[in-house]
Design a protein around this ligand. Structure first.
Ligand code: NAD
Ligand code: DAU
Length: 332
């Protein structure tokens, strides 16, 4: 059994990771989370208290981070400002949390010779053309487009430098777009599901031809746990489940599953700098660690996710109105 420090464990992917670890391993988990607008204790309800502890605080708090890293075997760093649209409104918290927070964790891992896993995104590679037959690999050059992806790219590069210069025992994973339960309603899929529940027409940015490579959050987290247990130190692993779909298709599928006409949505202004296409080649993860996605059928994963939002209105309702007010200020 190892003691895991999970930063950002009250967010979407982090809270699903905590549940996955407690259900599929004998590791104990401490969550460090600042409970920003994106963090919810309700995402961590009903966990077994003997193997789970919650600490409220920021990854930018050097003294707190030092104490916690020293007391754990592995740090799994999910905490971040994660939404592109917010980074276009105000990049400043992205610089603090994603860059300064990562720096504090790496310095603590260096001082205590502690194992560190860095959770990152495929957005660090920029985007691909729609007709490009290639996909991102671990060798693709970094080329981020937004303040969010630039801050994640910077944090990844710090991890690589701390491995090489200081011998920090770190791994990095870069994953594609996640979907599943407990995702904030600012994000594309839950925003559209909850709009439809509320009788509001979904909003598609631009023509909706942008492609995302969708993966169920449990498949992402199974890969992260595999990398922590069996990954090679200093290595980067790309995580993706061959789930490319354009946004228009996804909206139409959500509408179909929810019993609405497939064209019952509106086009709105495009996101500035909007990345066209992401696509992951996960050959290294599959061949080295034997990882395989369990949710290989996107339509049934989407239907399960829609059911979850229908059955858990008490979880998302408190954040819905303020999220839509913020979008309204952006003209969406
Ligand atoms: P999220 O926004 O749902 O959750 C982020 C969590 O971090 C929240 O609980 C928030 O309270 C916490 N947090 C923010 N600032 C903090 C700080 N200074 N100190 C401590 N906690 C803080 O994000 P998510 O979608 O779950 O993403 C988690 C990680 O996975 C991020 O690093 C993101 O870049 C990466 N990622 C996300 C996706 C995706 O599709 N969502 C895909 C690939 C990688
Ligand atoms: O690729 C991984 C990344 O995926 C993660 O690093 C980010 O943390 C995560 O937020 C996600 O980024 P995207 O910008 O791709 O996700 P988002 O859910 O914001 O948007 C998905 C697509 O849908 C994108 O092309 C923009 C579009 N969109 C989004 C919203 C919110 C719409 O068309 N309408 C909307 O209302």
């Amino acid at each position: 059994m190892s003691k895991l420090l999970v930063t950002g464990g009250a967010g979407f992917i982090g809270s699903n990771f905590v549940r996955h670890v407690l259900a599929n391993s004998d590791h104990a988990v401490t969550v460090l989370d600042a409970l920003t607008y994106a963090g919810h204790l309700s995402s961590l309800a009903d966990l077994p208290s003997s193997r789970f502890r919650f600490v409220e605080g920021s990854v930018c708090d050097a003294a707190l981070v030092d104490d916690l890293v020293a007391a754990h075997d592995v740090t799994v760093h999910f905490a971040a400002e994660s939404h592109n649209d917010n980074s276009l409104r105000d990049p400043s918290p992205f610089i603090q949390t994603n860059l300064v927070g990562t720096f504090e964790l790496l310095e603590a891992a260096r001082r205590h010779d502690s194992r560190y896993h860095h959770v990152s995104t495929d957005e660090v590679y920029g985007d691909l053309a729609l007709n490009d037959p290639s996909r991102f690999t671990e060798q693709t050059p970094y080329n981020p487009s937004s303040p969010y992806s630039a801050s994640k790219a910077g944090s990844d590069l710090m991890v690589r430098a701390w491995v090489r210069s200081f011998g920090v025992r770190a791994t990095i994973s870069n994953c594609s777009n996640n979907y599943g339960p407990y995702q904030h309603v600012e994000k594309f899929i839950p925003r559209q599901i909850t709009n439809i529940i509320d009788g509001v027409r979904p909003r598609l940015y631009g023509a909706g031809l942008n492609v995302r490579d969708w993966i169920h959050v449990d498949d992402h987290n199974a890969a992260v746990l595999g990398i922590i247990d069996r990954g090679r130190i200093g290595e980067t692993y790309l995580i993706g489940a061959d789930g490319e779909h354009n946004n228009k298709t996804v909206i139409e599928e959500i509408l179909r599953i929810m019993g609405q006409p497939a064209d019952a949505y509106d086009h709105v202004d495009d996101r500035p700098g909007h990345d066209l296409r992401y696509a992951i080649d996960a050959t290294k993860l599959r061949e080295e660690l034997g990882w395989r996605p369990r949710y290989s059928d996107f339509e049934s994963g989407l239907a399960m996710t829609i059911n979850w939002y229908r059955e858990n209105e008490g979880w998302w309702r408190p954040m819905k109105a303020s999220t839509e007010q913020a979008y309204a200020k952006m003209g969406h």
